[in-house]
Each structure stands twice: as structure tokens, then as C-alpha cells.
Design a protein around this ligand. Structure first.
Ligand SMILES: Nc1ncnc2c1ncn2[C@@H]1O[C@H](COP(=O)(O)OP(=O)(O)OP(=O)(O)O)[C@@H](O)[C@H]1O
Ligand SMILES: [Mg+2]
Length: 245
């Protein structure tokens, strides 16, 4: 089943006289339970694509459908609601609220959605255990390491049981060991919970954890590669070189 689909999606940014073609006729389907990595040079449109996939911005042309529902058919209010309940975002700089504890940060999307703490407390505790932070639940972000903060952000992204998780360079700000912890966790979510994930990354090693890699260049998909059959980071690096990315 397809969880997220773009059809002929283009995005232009108009800056006065200048128009930037950030995305150019992108067709991409993400299957339920699939872990897809998006790679490409700086400025190739990766973050733009992720924002559109998550309904944070609208395409200039084309259509994006979540679970068969075209986002352009919905009111802004409905899209906001769908985004809040069905999409989990993970960013490079964690975006945690500095004054809230780990557990309060994780609970925040549910609080905003009007749910009552007694209904979600157990779930929040379960997620903090899942990401290995049960002992850190009262810590504020500045009392946590970068890798721990990112794990809080992952727990927060999962708290609404989203149909899809979108991650923009989730290891970009971490050392390689903490980064590996994050990737192992994302891989586990996919394997054990059939979590659909789209992750933007610069690192072939990170992309090697995915089921499929999509290569972007100048706002276009120029190639893709399945990793099921034993291919790994080395093959991704080779392909990047061949594509001159
Ligand atoms: N809000 C915006 N207004 C105008 N131009 C933008 C905006 N956001 C992105 N762009 C332009 O669109 C193009 C694609 O940007 P995008 O952020 O998607 O690239 P990226 O692949 O994520 O790059 P990086 O790897 O550096 O994060 C770039 O040329 C960028 O300058
Ligand atoms: Mg980016």
C-alpha cells in the first residue's frame, strides 16, 4: 500500500525578480512500512521535498496524497490537523522546547491536540523507554547530550502514532557514534513497528540503513536504488560518484 505519493510535483520560490526552481516534476511513492533515504547535493531540493511531503508548504504544481487523500482538496485547517496527527517530524537541530522536561516535550503534540495527561502518560513513558531514556525523563534539553536530545525528538515524533515519520538530516549535528544510535533506532522502528520513514541525509553510511535511496539533483529525481539485496553504503557512494552528486 502507498502511504505517501507525489505526482508531478514542482516548487518554485519567487524572490522579487528571481525564481528558484527548487523541485521539478517529482514523482515519488512511499510504501507503508518502507524506509526511504533522500540524497543529493546542497540546494538540490531535499528539504523542500520533505516540507511538501509533510504539508508544511504547498507545491506550485502537482499533487501530494497522504493515504490516498489529496492534500490540496483539504482546507488549511484540515491539513494542519492531519499533519499534527499523522506526520512525525524530526529535524537536524532537535527543536525541543528548552523549558520543558524530556517527558513534557514528548507529550507536547498530544497536549496541543487537547488530550488529557492521564490518557497519554503511559504511552509517553513507553516511548521514552523505547528510545532508552526512561532514566532521563525529568531532564531538560540542556541537561541532555545531543544524541539524547535527538532521541527525545524521535519519541515526540512517534507519540501520535503517525502514518509516516519525516526526518531532515537527523544525524547532521551528532558524532558518528550517536548518529549510529539514531539510525539503528529508526531501522528498528521500521522493522518492528512497520513505521514508514522518509529521511534526508548527506551520509552514504546513514542512507545504508534505508530500504531504498532516492537521488535528487537540481530538483529532479535522477536515480533510485534498492538496498534489499545486500547493497550498502559503499554501493551508495559509488552511485553518488557515477551520478556526479
Ligand atoms: N523559503 C525559500 N525561499 C526561497 N528559496 C528557497 C527557500 N527554501 C529553499 N530555497 C531554495 O530552493 C533550493 C532548494 O533548497 P532546499 O533547502 O530544499 O535544499 P536542500 O537539498 O535541502 O539543501 P541542503 O542540503 O543544503 O539542506 C535552494 O536553491 C534554495 O536556495
Ligand atoms: Mg536541507
Amino acid at each position: 500500500m502507498t502511504i505517501l505519493q507525489t505526482t508531478n510535483v514542482s516548487k518554485q520560490y519567487k524572490m522579487g525578480e528571481v525564481t528558484v526552481n527548487a523541485l521539478n516534476q517529482v514523482d515519488l511513492s512511499i510504501e507503508t512500512g518502507e524506509f526511504v533515504a533522500i540524497m543529493g547535493p546542497s540546494g538540490s531540493g531535499k528539504s523542500t521535498l520533505l516540507h511538501l511531503l509533510g504539508g508544511l508548504d504547498q507545491p506550485t504544481e502537482g499533487e501530494i496524497a497522504l493515504d490516498g487523500q489529496a492534500l490540496s482538496d483539504l482546507s488549511d485547517k484540515k491539513v494542519t490537523l492531519i499533519r499534527r496527527r499523522n506526520i512525525g517530524f524530526i529535524f537536524q537541530f532537535y527543536n525541543l522546547v528548552p523549558t520543558l522536561s524530556a517527558e513534557e516535550n514528548v507529550a507536547l503534540p498530544l497536549l496541543i491536540d487537547g488530550q488529557r495527561p492521564r490518557d497519554y502518560q503511559e504511552r509517553v513513558e513507553h516511548l521514552l523507554s523505547l528510545v532508552g531514556l526512561a532514566e532521563r525523563r525529568k531532564h531538560k534539553p540542556d541537561q541532555l547530550s545531543g544524541g539524547e536530545q535527538q532521541r527525545v525528538a524521535i519519541a515526540r515524533a512517534l507519540v501520535t502514532e503517525p502514518a509516516i515519520v519525516l526526518a531532515d538530516e537527523p544525524t547532521g549535528n551528532l558524532d558518528s557514534r550517536a548518529g549510529e544510535g539514531i539510525l539503528t533506532l529508526l531501522r528498528r522502528l521500521c522493522d518492528e513497528m512497520k513505521q514508514s520513514i522518509v529521511m534526508v541525509t548527506h551520509a552514504p553510511k546513514d542512507a545504508g540503513y534505508a530500504d531504498r535511496v532516492v537521488f535528487l539533483k537540481d530538483g529532479k529525481i535522477v536515480d533510485e536504488m534498492r538496498l534489499e539485496d545486500g547493497r550498502d553504503a559503499t554501493d551508495i557512494l559509488t552511485r553518488l560518484t557515477e551520478l556526479e552528486l
